[in-house]
Design a binder for this molecule. Sequence first.
Ligand code: AMP
Ligand code: MG
Length: 414
Amino acid sequence: MSIFRTESDYPMIAFEEAKRILAERILPLAPRPASLGTILAGTVLAESLTAEEQVPPFDASTMDGYAVIAADGLVKRRVLAEQNAGPIANVTLSSGECVRIMTGAALPAGADAVIPVEWTREEQGWMATEMAAQIGLNVRSRGSDVARGQTVLSGGTVLGPAEIGLLAALGIYQPLVYPTPRVAILATGDELASQDAVPAPGQIRDSNSYVLAAAVRAIGCTVTTVRQIPDSASQLSSAIGSAAAEADLVLTTGGVSMGTRDLIKPVLENLGTVHFGRVAVKPGLPLTFATVLGVPVLGLPGNPVSTLVGFEVVVRPVLRALASQPARWRPERQVRLDHAIRHEPARLEFQRAQVFARDGAWWARTTGSQASSRLLSLVGANALLLIPRGTGDLDAGTTVTAMMIEEPEIEQPS
Ligand code: AMP
Ligand code: MG
């Protein structure tokens, strides 16, 4: 017979304490070389990189024009050849000679400046100009962008398109990076209908799997598995065990509360260590953190809103820590409440809201009923309002902190 308990074994901890425990236990994944073409923007570099090549690799023209010897001054020059970007023509300039040259082409031997075509006339193999060139005019000298031996990126740099391009320019195709975390998602509950079936009486559709898979992918992490597991200790145990073997983080939803069939916590105790099992936040009180074979497992409550808010305030920072991201938290902004809100002082509450600009100030309007089952309260929200513990109901006009999930985009810059 199952026992219906009335008190949790787990102490209620403050959100700050939960963050501290997570920070202590979540270590960055071991760096691995990755092939440059597959690295996602946002990946963190795990080594300092020094250029073994120079950029540009040869003295190159920055203009379409004529490669000349500057000291020749304004004389008419004989056109010897044409040098395009690419293979180097076998030609050496002597005084009174020039070579037609294109942008990006190697400066021919003997030449030391380029006169742009707009300043020249060419007739019957002779080029005339009124421009007196100084040495180096319109020439990018070799190594002037990146010198050999120069440190180009230091460890811990977040790679964006520009940094990835720089590595390509230097022929660094296998940099050492912190790998993209792989996440296994287990939606648990006897009530979950299989995804291709019409729910039987008492069953519901599983939205959490989709919420989490989309949220994980949206921040550039990989989803290894998405499975539905019934409320059975043996099935949960083997599912969590195999998920921990293939993923860097295991996410479960459901089964962390006080019900007789809420089995995630005891299963995790058996498989590994539970570090906390209750956090004083709303929504998402029974939020659970464990490690199984060294792999972190986060047990989110089944309510769809708890799941997504839990993703924002706990899972996302954990994934960023695993990926060694220097910044882990969404930006915050002080906003004024557009209307009064209710709030129980016992817990930190994350209220779903829309932040908008009005009369030069930022305002927030909550997205209607904040019931934790109401996924609609998240649809259209661009922020979570952080209503602290110890505060009661708040009046319209009060200033609160908003954690911005999305910065409002604009349709056309002015
Ligand atoms: P639990 O955390 O297991 O007590 O579940 C809390 C509530 O969330 C219950 O109403 C569940 O039916 C619901 N729920 C659990 N899992 C899911 C899911 N995957 N998708 C949508 N709702 C769910
Ligand atoms: Mg359940």
